[in-house]
Design a protein around this ligand. Sequence first.
Ligand SMILES: NC(=O)c1ccc[n+]([C@@H]2O[C@H](COP(=O)([O-])OP(=O)(O)OC[C@H]3O[C@@H](n4cnc5c(N)ncnc54)[C@H](OP(=O)(O)O)[C@@H]3O)[C@@H](O)[C@H]2O)c1
Length: 172
Amino acid sequence: MIRFSIIAALGRNFAIGFQNQLLWDISEDLRRFKKITMGSPIVMGRKTFDSIGRALPGRSNIIVTRNSKFFCPGVSAVHSVEESHDLAISLCSRDSCEEAFIIGGEQIYKLWLPLVSRLYLTKVDSEMRGDAFFPTFDPDDWEVKDRRPGEGANNLRYHFVTLDRKNKINFV
Ligand SMILES: NC(=O)c1ccc[n+]([C@@H]2O[C@H](COP(=O)([O-])OP(=O)(O)OC[C@H]3O[C@@H](n4cnc5c(N)ncnc54)[C@H](OP(=O)(O)O)[C@@H]3O)[C@@H](O)[C@H]2O)c1
């Protein structure tokens, strides 16, 4: 059974980005992101892909876009959540991995949140101005599997929190 998980870094106000850029540059968080996602399919919106500017190596990059002409070497374009789900499953079985990651941004988190069973959150103790936000969710639907403080960087405090959904999801 393949698990779908969201991975995201958010501020106290749930901000995740501004002007198509990340809000923080936390190397410990980037290292953690790489370690967790390496070898697995990653699903992202076209704007997040633009902001990264390249395919992330060592992972199958799945880009969600409405643009049927979208083409970029080294990534797969899909045109719906359902298509991203099905492609991630087939890539996981091809590559013998057990987890696929939804890596943002706001629009794609919103579409996927009801469908994932785990959240890997970096909760940054700051309120940066943002124009992209993580969707709100009911903490009662989730149980904390792991929570630990980060080392801290650039005068920032943050925690790494892993949450598992309490109830099973029914894919239709
Ligand atoms: N802090 C974090 O962890 C984190 C992680 C990732 C991203 N971010 C930030 O999030 C921001 C970007 O988020 P965003 O919400 O603006 O963009 P996004 O979710 O990355 O991408 C949006 C794009 O996805 C495609 N899309 C959306 N819904 C679709 C659907 N139902 N079917 C097909 N395609 C669909 C569209 O692409 P087309 O326009 O091509 O049709 C849309 O423009 C940036 O600031 C980025 O830095 C933060």
